[in-house]
Ligand binder design. Structure first.
Ligand SMILES: Cc1ncc(COP(=O)(O)O)c(C=O)c1O
Length: 393
């Protein structure tokens, strides 16, 4: 059903946009024509000038349960009043243990231990650090090489950026941020066989693919492949609080649990690891995913979503379309000598002229709606995207 509720009133915007150096943003272009957001509910964002924007991006692959979920905000508010902060080094809070157990339950059997951090980048760095330390414990300290894949994206930490490339392989089961590139059939299974044969640890970066995006709790389940570690972030809290983490295989975790028991086993962690507000948000989010069967919903919608996106094939400059789960990448031919410009124009046309939020990677348009998207809304997204593609032709 289309949401016909009225948008909230306009919100005032500061006159001076200079001080905030925006992340991963064309700052000068943004500040000339700001894409400014003031609120969000379910499938929509609301702009500061009171427009309603259909969210075809789940924010940034985060808000799988849609926006403004009161169950999550209430859990965060209650947590903030009860226990705002607790040191995660040498102290614990019950919610962190409960959330770790819930995540381990969702993960493939054998991946039973969770190390919390605050983002996907920190999760990549943490997983790589665990891998290197594990090899040291095993007496294989010379195994220090990290492998990534071309067009992989694992965040902006030094560890994550270094694996854009043998001892650890980090791979996204579907490369998301660089343009929605699903793994070829059988690729991940073969990768597991090869890494196993050579004693190489396999890390799945599920920052995007985790928590239902591909119709399963994790892509590892969808593809029937058991990695040694899974990194996650984004969907764990529905985007409502920063949180990331690494799910670690028992054999790796257990290897650290030796030596004198007053000694820290892994000299790693963050001041905000397992932050109480993020744990509360995570628990409430997992409740929603479970109660509303959102992973199954994504799975059921996948063929309909794919058919709808494929209907864009004949639109001008469309050179390729890929879909997997509730995710699509639409490659547009670049403008002559201006790579990325057609994509950037699409972002603006979508937001300013068509009340649509999408993501871009160069000249690729990425559609990754919240998993609550209705069939009507899929149709609405596709109509709007067609208008955008024609507008930038
Ligand atoms: C696959 C993948 N890994 C890691 C990251 C980095 O996550 P964060 O921005 O939370 O550090 C991203 C961000 O989009 C991602 O897509």
């Amino acid at each position: 059903m289309l949401d016909k509720s009225p948008p909230p009133p306009a919100v005032s915007v500061p006159n001076d946009l200079a001080a905030f150096w925006m992340p991963y943003t064309a700052n000068r272009a943004f500040k000339r024509a700001p894409r400014m957001l003031a609120g969000a509910k379910d499938m929509h964002y609301f702009t500061t000038d009171g427009r309603k924007i259909l969210d075809a991006a789940a924010g940034m692959w985060c808000s799988n349960a849609g926006h403004g979920r009161s169950q999550i905000s209430a859990a965060i508010a209650k947590q903030a009043e009860t226990l705002d902060y607790a040191p995660p080094f040498q102290f614990g809070i019950p919610q962190a243990f409960e959330l770790a157990s819930r995540i381990a339950e969702l993960a493939p059997a054998g991946l039973d231990h969770v190390f919390f951090c605050n983002s996907g980048s920190e999760a990549a760095d943490t997983a790589l650090k665990i891998a290197l330390a594990f090899h040291q414990i095993q007496g294989q300290g010379t195994r220090t090489r990290l492998i990534g894949r071309e067009r992989g994206y694992h965040g902006v930490g030094f560890g994550g950026t270094s694996v854009g490339g043998i001892v650890n392989v980090i791979v996204e089961p579907m490369a998301g941020s660089t343009g929605v590139l699903p793994a070829p059939k059988g690729y991940l299974k073969r990768l597991r066989e090869i890494t196993q044969k050579h004693g190489i640890l396999l890390i799945f970066d599920e920052v995007i693919t985790g928590y239902g995006r591909l119709g399963y709790a994790f892509a590892a389940e969808r593809y029937g492949v058991l990695p040694d570690m899974i990194t996650f972030a984004k969907g764990i809290t529905n985007g409502a609080a920063p949180m990331g983490g690494v799910i670690v295989r028992d054999t790796i975790h257990d290897a650290f649990m030796s030596g004198r028991d007053h000694v820290v086993e892994l000299t790693h962690g963050y001041t905000y690891s397992a932050h109480p507000l993020a744990c509360a948000a995570g628990l409430a989010t997992l409740d929603i995913y479970r109660d509303e069967k959102l992973f199954e919903r994504a799975n059921k919608l996948e063929p309909k979503f794919a058919d709808a996106v494929m209907s864009l094939k004949g639109e001008p400059n469309v050179v390729d379309i890929r879909t997997v789960g509730l995710t699509a990448g639409i490659d547009l031919a670049p403008r002559a000598e201006q790579p990325g410009k057609r994509g950037f124009d699409s972002l603006n046309s979508a937001f300013h002229d068509n009340d649509l939020m999408l993501r871009i990677a160069g000249d690729t348009l990425a559609l990754t709606p919240p998993l609550i998207v209705s069939e009507d809304q899929i149709g609405e997204i596709i109509d709007k995207v067609a208008k955008v593609i024609r507008a930038v032709a």
